[in-house]
Ligand binder design. Structure first.
Ligand code: IDP
Ligand code: CA
Length: 420
């Protein structure tokens, strides 16, 4: 089976972008403390709270559905601690069941069993459960997406957990970027520091990508007002630059059963690939040139000129990066899967050249690695405008908690951070 994120974007045509920007209003009122398990959140204590309380977030991603069960401890009335996260994921994502929505309900029921084990029985009825869907459902026809969400809602209502209003919905890309930024800056302790030091975040999903950071005044000044996203967390208003792209769904029926050729694939590579209800024949270019330079040119066509480049990114030092940035770095041997690690933008580029210029070596085991890693290189350099030396901290977990927007989403539930 074909497994490549780049193929998605080549077929859908990158990209539907939304830029957002913001400022940071000082007055940090966020109370955080650090414990053995890591950084501890200060969330409003739910009514009728006992010492421990929980929150359940489902991430309905384009490639999989994940459950995050958070356990908080109310250390004192002001400072609950994030004690632990229970996490599990299943593949494929809900959008794969567009024509059999009952299966989406089954997926959710299966994952709810994890929550029943993680949350004590007596806590079930006051533990909120929410689901946020991302690019996979954003790209479906609205009726099909709604049918899936309805099945999820039925499964939630049948469950013993508390189902708040608007518990199940499709999240926009801006919220996705902001909530991931909240998660990472919370887990790394940046939000607790009485400074404006925060870390930027890069997320690359199966069908969308987000970049979010605290911009300098110059960036704020030069960006149009609709590039601004604000949110409130405790007594602080944050304004962040956040830019989200979702691959647009433009399946071209004229390509039906035609061969899709790419210089990012070995000349000997041939495979059928189903997408958008059609089957494509994917292959290398039999008599054409292959290799990094040609592949990069292909990627430039979908990346260049469609993504806003804030000039300050050329001077930025470190970004946290996860999802496919992490997965592809593991596949490319740049980092260890368990420990993650730091890479420079140029490390992706160097490895892309090595892989793409020896395509036959990877034909059997990693036929799409050249395409994927070249795409990431191109997105970072010519898409966002990062310099070669920028460091990406590739992290799947911080203090044993997934670096996902899901934790930010439960903050949003308990705190109503009002992203606007
Ligand atoms: O919570 C997570 N933990 C670990 N990996 C994740 C998590 N969320 C996303 N990923 C990684 O990101 C990849 C693509 O993301 P996703 O399926 O969420 O696409 P989307 O964000 O475009 O909807 C997944 O295959 C998975 O490897
Ligand atoms: Ca995602």
């Amino acid at each position: 089976m074909v497994k490549s994120r780049s193929l998605h974007l080549l077929f859908t045509g990158w990209c539907h972008c939304r830029y957002s920007l913001s400022v940071f209003n000082v007055g940090i009122g966020l109370d955080l403390s650090v414990g053995v398990e890591g950084v501890l959140p200060s969330l409003a204590r739910p009514a009728n709270a006992s010492r421990i309380f929980h929150g359940i977030v489902f991430d309905a991603g384009s490639t999989g559905t994940r459950i995050h069960v958070y356990t908080f401890i109310q250390k004192d009335p002001e400072l609950p601690l994030l004690e632990k996260e229970t996490f599990q994921s299943v593949k494929p994502g809900l959008s794969a069941y567009a024509d059999t929505p009952e299966t989406a309900g089954e997926t959710v029921r299966q994952l709810l069993r994890v929550a029943k084990k993680a949350v004590p029985h007596v806590e079930w009825e006051r533990t909120p459960v929410v689901l946020r869907a991302t690019a996979g459902l954003r790209l479906l026809p609205p009726k099909k997406a709604q049918a899936l969400l309805d099945e999820v809602e039925v499964a939630f209502e049948e469950s013993p957990f508390f189902v708040p209003d608007n518990s199940v919905h499709i999240m926009n890309g801006t919220d996705e970027g902001i909530l991931a930024w909240v998660t990472v800056n919370f887990l790394t302790g940046q939000l607790q520091a009485k400074t404006k030091k925060t870390v930027g975040t890069l997320d690359l999903g199966g069908a969308s990508t987000q970049i979010t950071f605290l911009p300098k005044f110059k960036t704020i000044e030069s960006a149009p007002p609709d590039h601004i996203a604000r949110f409130d967390l405790l007594s602080t208003t944050y304004e962040l630059y956040t830019h989200s792209c979702t691959d647009t769904h433009q399946t071209d029926s004229s390509l039906e059963r035609k061969v899709f050729e790419s210089s990012c694939l070995s000349r000997k590579f041939r495979e059928d690939w189903s997408f958008g209800g059609l089957t494509y024949k994917i292959s290398g270019i039999p008599d054409g040139s292959t290799g990094f330079t040609e592949c990069y040119k292909e990627m430039l066509k979908v990346v260049k000129g469609v993504i806003h480049q804030p000039p300050e990114l050329q001077d930025s030092n470190t970004f946290y990066a996860f999802s496919y940035y992490f997965d592809i770095a593991v596949e490319a041997g740049l980092i260890d899967e368990r420990r993650g690690g730091m890479v420079k933008v140029q490390d992706y580029s160097i490895r892309a050249k090595e892989v793409c210029n020896k395509l036959s070596m990877y034909l059997a085991t990693k036929p799409f690695l050249c395409m994927d890693i070249t795409y990431i290189t191109c997105l970072l350099k010519d898409g966002f405008g990062f310099k070669d030396e920028t460091i990406l901290k590739l992290t799947q977990k911080v203090n044993n908690v997934e670096t996902s927007w899901a934790l930010g989403a439960i903050f949003d539930y308990f705190q109503n951070i009002k992203i606007h």
